[in-house]
Ligand binder design. Structure first.
Ligand code: NAX
Length: 327
């Protein structure tokens, strides 16, 4: 049988953590033949550490055959020791009335500390996924704080946006969501992201031709996908958790195990593709194989798409400029 791999999860006692850990431990992320050791990080706060103990008791009570060990930590230097995968979920999202500078300063501190810890103690092949918002910029900060690790190992979660877009397209066309191929989401995980179905197909047929309604694209589809997080908060009184955890599982599984040529969306550091400046942590369509992602290149960018890409890029550059002094 396979040797266990180490999976670190931060914010492990939070609501996404609660929807995520059981699925990792059951083999849904890395395969039903891959044992895992969970290395869980929470803040030192007594309430958070107690909540984490409760989650661990429940993990134990599942008696998962693939769960080869569980550790609880309050220090990232311990939580990230030799870790093969790191899911950075805990962060400080923007609260009501919070100044932008304050948000960036708090997360700057969290993600420089965690980036440095990964740099010092994680596996040299660690695959990092940042879920905690502002996800792209937090991933950028962690990457910059970890100069001894390959920049390409740092990614941000755009998969929830991708899955939301796929689900809207399935509903609109009356087709199965599983049959949608070649969907792309460009840019920042924020309402400025650009979900792009110009290349999408269902059973080889063009989704754009099937829908044939540019007004629906611009006035219904894009705002629905962009504001989906806010709609869930309004309905549930809490932010999306199970769907976010599901997207994190999808992202890591596809990165580790491959997509068989299927396009998925990942937030990754640009190497200049599509005119996105180097190092900007940007949502791109990718395929994955052999543990590596590869940007889908050569797609035509029309005027409307370029306008959308410029807008989400400007927002991201604004965020990343806002943290430069912290790095
Ligand atoms: P919760 O507030 O339920 O849980 C967050 C947990 O992180 C808390 O238990 C907290 O103690 C812990 N934490 C905070 N700082 C930490 C640190 N420095 N080290 C370790 N743990 C720390 O939030 P939850 O609903 O689980 O959401 C977590 C993050 O995901 C938020 O930033 C949220 O905005 C973000 N989201 C990102 C999404 C995406 O698509 N990228 C979608 C869903 C979600 O909104």
């Amino acid at each position: 049988s396979k040797k266990p791999v180490r999976v670190a999860v931060t914010g492990a006692a939070g609501q996404i953590g609660y929807a995520l850990l059981f699925r990792i431990a059951s083999g849904e992320m890395l395969g039903k033949d891959q044992p895992v050791i969970l290395q869980l990080l929470e803040i030192p706060d007594e309430k958070a550490q107690n909540a984490l103990k409760g989650v661990i008791m429940e993990l134990e009570d599942c008696a998962f055959p693939l769960l080869a060990g569980i550790e609880a930590h309050s220090d990232p230097m311990q939580a990230f020791k030799d870790t093969d995968y790191a899911l950075l979920v805990g962060s400080r999202p923007r609260g009501p009335g919070m100044e932008r500078a304050e948000l960036l300063a708090i997360n700057g501190a969290i993600f420089t500390t965690q980036g440095k810890a990964l740099n010092a103690v994680a596996s040299r092949n660690v695959k990092v996924l940042v879920v905690g918002n502002p996800a792209n910029t937090n991933a950028y900060i962690a990457m910059k704080a970890a100069p001894d690790l390959p920049a390409k190992n740092f990614t941000a979660m755009l998969r929830l946006d991708h899955n939301r877009a796929a689900s809207q397209l399935a509903a609109k066309t009356g087709k199965a969501v599983a049959d949608i191929e070649k969907l792309a989401v460009w840019g920042n995980h924020s309402p400025t992201m650009y979900a792009d179905y110009r290349f999408a197909t269902i059973a080889g047929q063009s989704v754009k031709d099937m829908i044939n309604d540019e007004t629906w694209n611009r006035e219904t589809f894009l705002p629905t996908v962009g504001k989906r997080g806010a709609a869930i908060i309004a309905a549930r009184g809490l932010s999306s958790a199970a769907s976010a955890a599901n997207a994190a599982i999808d992202h890591m599984r596809d990165w580790a195990l491959g997509t068989n040529g299927k396009w998925v969306t990942m937030g990754i550091p640009s190497n200049g593709e599509y005119g996105i400046p180097k190092e900007v942590m940007f949502g791109f369509p990718v395929t994955c194989a052999n543990g590596e992602y590869k940007i889908v290149e050569g797609l035509e960018i029309d005027a409307f798409s370029q306008e959308c890409i410029n807008k989400t890029l400007a927002e991201l550059q604004g965020e990343q400029d806002g943290v430069k002094h912290l790095l």
